[in-house]
Structures are given as structure tokens and as C-alpha cells.
Design a protein around this ligand. Structure first.
Ligand code: SF4
Length: 376
């Protein structure tokens, strides 16, 4: 928790989200960031997102990545290809892979166990993999508990779990945008079991679809309460819904679904409530990022999402509560499927961090600094 130990309530969080002056909220978040990270270092990790398959039975309406098995673009990565991606990652100074995929109906727990074991036998690399919906799907198919499944994956080589699949932890919204996906309680259960088994995980939030301010607070509060219990989240990563190529955006165009339906708000409101699904504005992003820093007083790190916001806004985010630039993402496919592709090199990230007056440092998944990168 930040040194001032002032914990805001859900009601106060909602007021900040709806009504706070943006710069005032940003300054509040920056002050907390400064208390938690007084050394002025901004970290990043060199890794690669590897999506082992895009075949997925869930068909979430906000997702542009999934394909049916018969789709010509459907794939499952061969081990040869996967290994060559890992080799390349290590050659480029990478220390971890983020391995995630769709819910493939023909892959059972043996596939995952064997995959993890073979990666560890061949490479010295941290495996950050399989978000809660994948873990639950693997567990259900095997007839195992979540705890037993995570234990088996951990023994096979899984080091940590990414916070994907959280979207908005409000079942009211999940039922509308991803009815087949696991609900809020199961997402939290996976994280709790992983933390209890000694694994670290991250937490994410996808905002800017059809949720309302109360849903955002419900999400932040669920993460904060679990963190009080387990202390297993290393970081929180808010990012905004990318509507392009998604069924949800098509429904919005057909006026079958509306964003921010609550008529209490108008387009002049700071959160720009509107009836179409446009990508969140920079103002919305910074407001939610800053609120996350203020609300999540027990989570040490907040990531700026340059993948969805671009490097310029990610720089601004460092003064709105973020202390980490996330991953260099030598490869990224999920956000790219929604038409967003910011290509940056590690050097671009170093320049961006230094340009804001912070000192860049390469880290591992546990936020230990591996190398300071402040030299010219
Ligand atoms: S978000 Fe994940 S679970 Fe949903 S369709 Fe996309 S890949 Fe499948």
C-alpha cells in the first residue's frame, strides 16, 4: 500500500471516475507512483507473445483473433515453429515468453504438460502462460480441479499466469460480450489458487466496450480484495477494447448494442459516453489508468499499454500512475487482429522512457531489475 495509507472506497472511486478533474486525478496517481517507486526507474521486459493456436470455441464478440477450425486462417503452431520463435527471443535478449491461445477443443492436458516440459528441456526461459479461461478449459476437459490443473502445469514448467480473459469482472457485462467465457468468480478462483501455490500472476482490465462506470469499480474492487488476501498480483494492466473486426462493433453499427447506455450521461461528459463503439480516447485511457493507480493501493506496478495506445501516450501515462512499459513484444497477434499494430524496437522504448526523464531498466516477470539501460 502507498505510504499515505489512504484507501479510497468504492463510492469515492466512482466519484473520481465520473467527476474528477483529469489533471488532478493524474497528479494524485503520480504522487502514489512516486511514493512506491521513488528511484525514478521505469521498467520493461523483453519477451514475445506466442499464440499457439487461434482456434477457439468461445467466440467472444469483442475478439478479432479467434477462428473456427475449418477457417483457412486457423492454425496450431508446430513445435518446430514454436521453438524457433523462442530461440529468436533469447537471441534478442528476451527472458520470457507469454504463451496463450484459443480454447482448442482437441487439445487436452497432456498437450500442455508435454509442451511445457519440452520448452523447459530445451530453453532457459520464463514461461508466463495460459490465462484463466484456458486453465479452466483444460481443467474441465480433464475432469480435474483448478488447483490440480495448475499444480500439474507448474510442475511441467509453467512459471506464472497472465491476467488475460478478465475483460470486465462484472458478470452482467460478461454475459453480454462473452457469454461462453468463464465468469468473474472462476477467473478470481484461478488467480487465488495460483497465488496459493506460490505462483505470481498479473491482472488486466479491458474497458471501453459496453460497461458502465460501476462495472469498472466492481472490477478494481475484486482485484484489490483478492490482492489483500494473497498478495500474488505483480502488476495491473488496463487496456482499451479495440472494436475493429469484432462482432461487438458490428452489432453496435446495427444499433443492436449501445455503449454507456445510462442516459444520465451526455457526450459532453469527460468520459465521452457515446452510442457507438469507438476506441477509447486518450482522455478515457489516462483517467482509468490514473484511477487504477489510486484504487489499487496494494498492487506495486501499473503498466502503460503502448501496444494499444502508442508510444506517445504511453509516455504521458508515466505521469498518470504507470511505472512500467510492459513488454517489448517481439510478436503480438491478438491486438493486431483488431487492426492495431504499433511496431517498436527496444531502442524506441528506451528513447521513449528517457525522453520523459525516467531511467529505463530491463526487468524480469517478478519486477527484479536485470539491467539498467540508462547509458547513451
Ligand atoms: S478472447 Fe480468448 S476466449 Fe474469447 S474468443 Fe478470443 S481467444 Fe477465444
Amino acid at each position: 500500500m502507498a505510504k499515505n495509507k489512504i484507501r479510497i472506497t468504492k463510492k469515492e472511486g466512482l466519484t473520481l471516475l465520473k467527476d474528477a478533474d483529469l489533471l488532478g486525478l493524474g497528479m494524485m496517481a503520480d504522487k502514489i507512483r512516486c511514493q512506491l517507486h521513488p528511484e525514478g526507474v521505469v521498467t520493461f521486459v523483453i519477451d514475445r507473445n506466442i499464440n499457439y493456436t487461434n482456434i477457439c470455441i468461445n467466440r467472444c464478440s469483442f475478439c478479432a483473433f479467434w477462428r473456427d477450425k475449418k477457417d483457412p486462417e486457423a492454425y496450431i503452431l508446430s513445435k518446430k515453429k514454436l521453438f524457433s520463435k523462442i530461440k529468436e527471443t533469447i537471441e534478442l535478449g528476451g527472458t520470457q515468453i507469454l504463451i496463450q491461445g484459443g480454447l482448442h477443443p482437441e487439445l487436452g492436458i497432456n498437450y500442455y504438460v508435454e509442451l511445457l516440459k519440452s520448452i523447459k528441456e530445451n530453453f532457459n526461459i520464463h514461461i508466463h502462460g495460459f490465462s484463466p479461461p484456458e486453465i479452466c478449459y483444460i481443467a474441465d476437459k480433464a475432469g480435474f480441479s483448478i488447483k490440480k490443473t495448475i499444480k500439474l502445469l507448474k510442475e511441467a514448467g509453467l512459471d506464472s499466469i497472465p491476467g488475460g480473459g478478465a475483460e470486465i469482472l462484472s458478470d452482467r457485462i460478461r454475459k453480454k460480450i462473452s457469454p461462453k467465457k468463464i465468469g468473474k468468480e472462476r477467473w478470481l478462483k484461478v488467480m487465488e489458487e495460483a497465488h496459493n501455490l506460490g505462483m505470481k500472476t498479473t491482472a488486466t482490465m479491458m474497458f471501453g466496450s459496453i460497461e458502465e462506470p460501476e462495472d469498472i469499480i466492481e472490477h478494481l474492487d475484486a482485484i484489490r480484495r483478492l490482492q489483500d488476501k494473497t498478495h500474488g498480483f505483480t502488476a495491473f494492466i488496463p487496456w482499451n477494447f479495440q472494436p475493429k473486426n469484432t462482432e461487438l462493433a458490428r452489432k453496435a453499427e446495427d444499433k443492436k448494442i449501445r455503449r454507456w447506455e445510462d442516459k444520465e450521461f451526455s457526450t459532453s461528459h469527460p468520459l465521452n459516453f457515446s452510442s457507438s463503439l469507438h476506441p477509447a480516447t486518450a482522455v478515457e485511457y489516462l483517467r482509468i489508468l490514473a484511477l487504477s493507480r489510486v484504487y489499487l493501493d496494494n498492487i506495486p506496478n501499473i503498466q502503460a499499454s503502448w501496444v494499444t495506445q502508442g508510444l506517445k501516450l504511453a509516455q504521458v501515462a508515466l505521469r498518470f500512475g504507470a511505472n512500467d512499459f510492459g513488454s517489448t513484444m517481439l510478436e503480438e497477434n491478438v491486438v493486431a487482429a483488431a487492426g492495431i499494430k504499433y511496431m517498436v524496437s527496444t531502442n524506441d522504448i528506451l528513447i521513449a522512457i528517457k525522453g520523459t526523464g525516467f531511467k529505463p531498466a530491463q526487468r524480469d516477470m517478478y519486477y527484479n531489475v536485470i539491467k539498467h539501460k540508462n547509458k547513451k
